[in-house]
Design a protein around this ligand. Structure first.
Ligand code: NAD
Ligand code: K
Ligand code: MN
Length: 364
C-alpha cells in the first residue's frame, strides 16, 4: 500500500475523546506508515437522535468501498427499548462480517499502584451470534403476567471459525514467546500455548454443546495445533479462576455474551477498562475499538483514559501488517505507564486525556 484510508467512528460519550487521541498517535507515526487519510464517519445514539438512524447507510458504504480499516469509539445504547434504535456496533460487526473480537488483556507495571495479578491473556469473543442476534419476544399470559423469551443462536460455522482464530493466535503467541526467550528477554509464561474453551454446556448442552464440539474439532481435525494445549472451563468457574490465578490463561475462546462479560472482568484484573483494547476482525476487514463503553459518568471532562483506544490503533496497524510501528506505540504506552507520572484518575492519577496522549506522543 502507498496510502491508507481509515474510517473513524467516535460515536458517543468518551468515544469522542479517546478516538481523537488514537488518531493523533497514528498521525505522529509520520512516514513509518503509508500516508494515512482519516475519514470521519457517523454512528451512535446521538446520531440516531439527530437523523433517526444509529448506523447511517453512508457509513457502511464508505467503510466497505473506501476504507482499508477503521476505528470505533463507543456507543451510548439506552437500557430501555427505543423504537427504531438498534446498537450500531452490533450492526457494524454483522455488516462487515467482523466475526471475532480479539481482546488482549495484560498486566502493566505502574509505580505505587496496588499490585495486580500477573496476567497476559487474549480473550477471543465470537462476535456475530449467541444472544446478540437480538431475537426477543414478549407475550402476556391469561393472568396478565408477562413472559419474555430470547433466542440464542450458535452455529457450527461461526464456532469453528472463531475456534480456528483462537488456535492461530495461540500458535502465534507461542512463537513470539519462543523468539523473545531466544533473544534473552524475560518471558514469565513458560508453559505451552493453550486455548481455553469457555462454555456452560453442563446446562446448555445443545447450544454451548455445539460451540464446545465445534471448537474442539478445530484442533482434533489437524496436526497444525499439536503444540497447542486445549482445555475447557465452565463460564462461572472461568470467572473464579481468572480472579484467583489469571496467570494460568493464555488464549480463551468464548461465545459472544460470555466473552463480553469475562473481558470486562479481566479488565478489572489489570487495573482499568481504560487500558484494554480490541479489534473486531473478519477475513476482509478490521476495526479497532476500546473494550469500554461510552462512560457517561465521566464524559465531557477530558479525564477518560485514552490508552485502550491508542492500543486499539496499534492492534489495527499490526493486523494491517505494520507490526513495527504498532510496537512503537505499545512501547511508548508502556513507558508512560511505567513512569507513572501521567495517569488518568481511573489509574489513581490526576492527568487528563490530553496529558496522557501528549506523554505517549513524546515517547513515540
Ligand atoms: P462503560 O464501559 O462505559 O463504563 C464502565 C465503568 O468504567 C465506568 O465507571 C466508566 O467511567 C469506566 N471507564 C470506562 N472506560 C473508561 C476509560 N477509558 N477511562 C476511564 N474510565 C473508564 O460501561 P457502562 O457504564 O456499563 O455503559 C455505558 C454505556 O456504554 C451504555 O450505554 C452501554 O450500552 C455502552 N457500551 C458500549 C459499548 C461499545 O461501544 N462497544 C460497550 C460497552 C458499553
Ligand atoms: K467500545
Ligand atoms: Mn462489553
Amino acid at each position: 500500500r502507498t496510502a491508507l484510508k481509515l474510517g473513524m467512528i467516535p460515536a458517543d460519550g468518551i468515544g469522542k475523546e479517546v478516538l481523537p487521541a488514537a488518531q493523533r498517535v497514528l498521525e505522529a507515526l509520520g512516514s513509518s506508515i503509508p500516508k494515512t487519510t482519516f475519514i470521519p464517519l457517523q454512528a451512535g445514539w446521538e446520531e440516531f437522535n439527530r437523523n433517526g438512524k444509529a448506523l447511517p447507510d453512508e457509513t457502511v458504504k464508505i467503510l466497505k468501498e473506501e476504507c482499508d480499516g477503521a476505528m470505533f469509539g463507543s456507543v451510548s445504547s439506552p437500557s430501555h427499548k427505543v423504537a427504531g434504535y438498534s446498537s450500531p456496533i452490533v450492526a457494524l460487526r454483522k455488516h462487515l462480517d467482523l466475526y471475532a473480537n480479539v481482546r488482549p488483556v495484560s498486566s502493566v507495571s505502574i509505580p505505587n499502584q496496588k499490585s495486580y495479578h500477573q496476567c497476559d491473556m487474549v480473550i477471543v469473543r465470537e462476535n456475530t451470534e449467541c444472544l446478540y442476534i437480538k431475537k426477543e419476544e414478549i407475550s402476556t399470559n391469561p393472568d396478565g403476567s408477562k413472559k419474555a423469551i430470547a433466542y440464542r443462536q450458535i452455529t457450527s460455522n461461526a464456532s469453528s471459525r472463531i475456534g480456528k482464530m483462537a488456535f492461530e493466535i495461540a500458535l502465534r503467541r507461542g512463537a513470539e514467546r519462543e523468539a523473545a526467550r531466544k533473544a534473552g528477554k524475560e518471558v514469565w509464561w513458560n508453559g505451552e500455548p493453550k486455548v481455553t474453551i469457555v462454555h456452560k454446556s453442563n446446562v446448555l448442552s445443545v447450544t454451548d454443546g455445539l460451540f464446545r464440539e465445534s471448537v474442539r474439532a478445530v484442533k482434533e481435525g489437524t496436526d497444525r495445533y499439536n503444540g497447542v494445549k486445549m482445555e475447557e472451563q465452565l463460564v462461572d468457574s472461568m470467572v473464579y479462576r481468572m480472579f484467583r490465578e489469571p496467570e494460568i490463561f493464555d488464549v480463551a475462546v468464548a461465545p459472544n455474551l460470555y466473552g463480553d462479560i469475562i473481558s470486562d472482568g479481566a479488565a478489572a484484573l489489570v487495573g482499568s477498562l481504560g487500558l484494554v483494547p480490541s479489534i473486531n476482525a473478519g477475513d476482509d476487514f478490521v476495526m479497532g475499538e476500546p473494550v469500554h463503553g461510552s462512560a457517561p459518568d465521566i464524559e465531557g471532562q477530558n479525564i477518560a483514559n485514552p490508552i485502550a483506544s491508542i492500543r486499539s490503533a496499534a492492534l489495527l496497524l499490526s493486523s494491517l501488517g505494520y507490526v513495527e510501528p504498532a510496537s512503537r506505540i505499545n512501547a511508548a504506552v508502556d513507558t508512560v505507564l511505567a513512569e507513572g507520572e501521567y495517569l488518568t484518575p481511573d489509574l489513581g492519577g490526576k492527568s487528563s486525556t490530553t496529558d496522557v496522549t501528549d506523554a505517549v506522543l513524546k515517547r513515540l
